[in-house]
Design a protein around this ligand. Sequence first.
Ligand SMILES: Cc1cc2nc3c(=O)[nH]c(=O)nc-3n(C[C@H](O)[C@H](O)[C@H](O)COP(=O)(O)OP(=O)(O)OC[C@H]3O[C@@H](n4cnc5c(N)ncnc54)[C@H](O)[C@@H]3O)c2cc1C
Length: 407
Amino acid sequence: MVDFAISAEHREILSALEKFLAREVLPLGREHRELLENPRRTYLEDGRFTPEVLELRKRVRMKSAQSGFYSLFLPKNMGGGGFGPVLNFYAYEAIWKAGPGMLGADIISDFPTGPMPIFTFLPKETREKVLPGLMSGEETVCFAFSEADAGSDAWNMRTTAEKRNGKWVINGEKMWISNAAHGRYAVVFAVTDPEQQKKRKGGISAFLVDTADPGFKVDAIIPIMGFHGGGEAIVSLDGVEVGPERLFGKVNEGLPIGLMGINVRRLNFGGWCVGLAKWALDQAIEYSKQRTTFGKPLSQRQTIQLMLADCATQIAMVKYLSLATAWRVEKGEVALKETSMVKLCATEMLTHVADRAIQVHGGMGLTNELKLEAIYRVARILQIPIGTSEIQKLTIAGRLLAGDKEI
Ligand SMILES: Cc1cc2nc3c(=O)[nH]c(=O)nc-3n(C[C@H](O)[C@H](O)[C@H](O)COP(=O)(O)OP(=O)(O)OC[C@H]3O[C@@H](n4cnc5c(N)ncnc54)[C@H](O)[C@@H]3O)c2cc1C
């Protein structure tokens, strides 16, 4: 039986998080609004973030780490708080219902830029070396999984790692890698046994690469949907050498480790999308009360009321699906089908809510000033990474057909 009650401890953490947001993060966002929203100040010519933006984001990460929020959801053996996905849902919801903005992404360490639970698969000596800089928020990481011909079809990756003189030598090209141009480390997935890979049974390993290692190069930033630059990059690895202490888990068993990280992130989309959708709906409700057309406020028109009701219903559906799934995962279930449902419907719900909120605002909804268009772009983008909507549906259908029919 799903239990939706929030414990006293969770309530206390959420209240402290909300205070932290109000005291430390939102004022910074207001103070640096021009830096964060004027593309000429946000990005360099080549599309990377400017040093001022990177410094501001680091400030948020480090403050959050000092206050104990950054690592709340990392395992205790990494020095994290060890909290699970239920609190995670509420934390993300709290952060994002305060509104869109880049700084929200730096409060909680998450895939793909912060240290992630899969770091427990690194040998102890490596963890001891790299975790202090990552857990303090000083440094960040990127997750180099996808390639030009290996997005949905991860088994098709071409990057290789060959063992030579006791070291792994990595060669290949990765694409779409968030934070590659700014992270200190990259979690790189490469083929270590082509025969196993061909059978789609294994043969892929994961390595921790220092982005300063010779042979690691960011070739280009890919500007995405209305953004002039940002984090997503094309990366080449040309004979990058790493020692065996940089291997995650065992040789040829990297893909399940990667998918584990991806699955955690998919579930996190629930709170993120619900928070942003609530903010957008709030804007629409308030505007509908203020805006008068043909002698009456919009809020008195049934057409507008239907839009608001429809948005609220969809947000509630995603909220309770996310919480029920989080609860099951917290109890030790894998809940693969449900996690895919969360990623699928959270991103599609947010796209719909952002679209309706813009519609309620008329022309005002399209202006950059109100930030609804920014949510719309983010929502649309979110339907692609860490498994497109179609790939989530394939996972759900696969589980159903394998007998997992519980709904
Ligand atoms: C903003 C952003 C950030 C990203 N960050 C990272 C990152 O940090 N690290 C990383 O490794 N990758 C990252 N990615 C890559 C992302 O995971 C891939 O883009 C995604 O998995 C889709 O792969 P693709 O782009 O190659 O599309 P494709 O796999 O070519 O798919 C194209 C279309 O075909 C559909 N499709 C594919 N296969 C099937 C099928 N079998 N049946 C039905 N439909 C199918 C897809 O749903 C999609 O609609 C990021 C991408 C974006 C856009």
